[in-house]
Design a protein around this ligand. Sequence first.
Ligand SMILES: NC(=O)c1ccc[n+]([C@@H]2O[C@H](COP(=O)([O-])OP(=O)(O)OC[C@H]3O[C@@H](n4cnc5c(N)ncnc54)[C@H](O)[C@@H]3O)[C@@H](O)[C@H]2O)c1
Length: 256
Amino acid sequence: MSRWAFVTGAGGDIGGAIADLLAVRGWSVICADIAHDRAEARAAAIRAAGGVAEAVYVDVTDEASVAAAARAALALGDVRALVNNAGRAFAPTMATTDYASWRRDMALNLDGAFLCIRAFQDHLLAGGGAIVNMGSVNGIGMYGNPAYSAAKAGLLHLTRCLAVEFGPHQVRVNAVAPGTVRTQAWNERLAVNPNVFDEVTAYYPLGRVATPAHVAAAVAFLLSEDAAHITGVVLPVDGGISAGIPQLSAAITQGH
Ligand SMILES: NC(=O)c1ccc[n+]([C@@H]2O[C@H](COP(=O)([O-])OP(=O)(O)OC[C@H]3O[C@@H](n4cnc5c(N)ncnc54)[C@H](O)[C@@H]3O)[C@@H](O)[C@H]2O)c1
């Protein structure tokens, strides 16, 4: 019997890459997104490539919508993997964060994962499975967007809490924490500064920013049998930036 994976934000760049790779690895994939046309397109592309995929509409910030999406997903098949990937940053600084925008960052980046986990947890706990939450280096250190960062930090800690609570039921819960990934989420910043990727790349130990495929590979690993004994971890996919910054290290050591 096929195993299904429910991937939120699968109409986007990282979520799409995750859906593609999971399909190649033998998962049947539910592409869930608020942008239903893009989720449909992704599912159709996976089917055209020989995989199994369906699209389901979801607004992860809406409890009723998540419940309906989970019902639709479980009617399709045996969901054994949940990837809480939908997310984006809103307010860039504390000065631009009012309570409404704080709530938007929290709702999408933390509440959304909570609602999806709640919607699937009875099914997962009854038969085992794995959850991967899409964190960010913003949940570990300060890289702008304080409300988004606080939400991602909350998501990383929820990951650890649920790994402990769900472990006895053979449900593994892990997170990935990407650094900069070249996706459409950067379009507004690119419009302001066409060199933004070159500027941020200079700080990365590996001298490049990630592609969606780099992140998808980590997610697929954490869902796979190769990660059968791994739970409660946050796996940075960040070109080394959470370890340190080369220029800062050089400035401190002054060549000695
Ligand atoms: N791009 C980066 O540099 C970067 C870095 C670290 C973490 N991330 C995280 O990766 C994830 C994916 O980001 P991306 O760069 O692929 O962005 P993206 O904009 O390409 O994809 C995000 C997807 O989420 C969907 N979405 C938005 N609101 C939704 C909602 N309420 N319900 C359901 N779906 C919704 C969008 O329609 C879109 O398809 C996010 O959680 C983001 O925080 C991205």
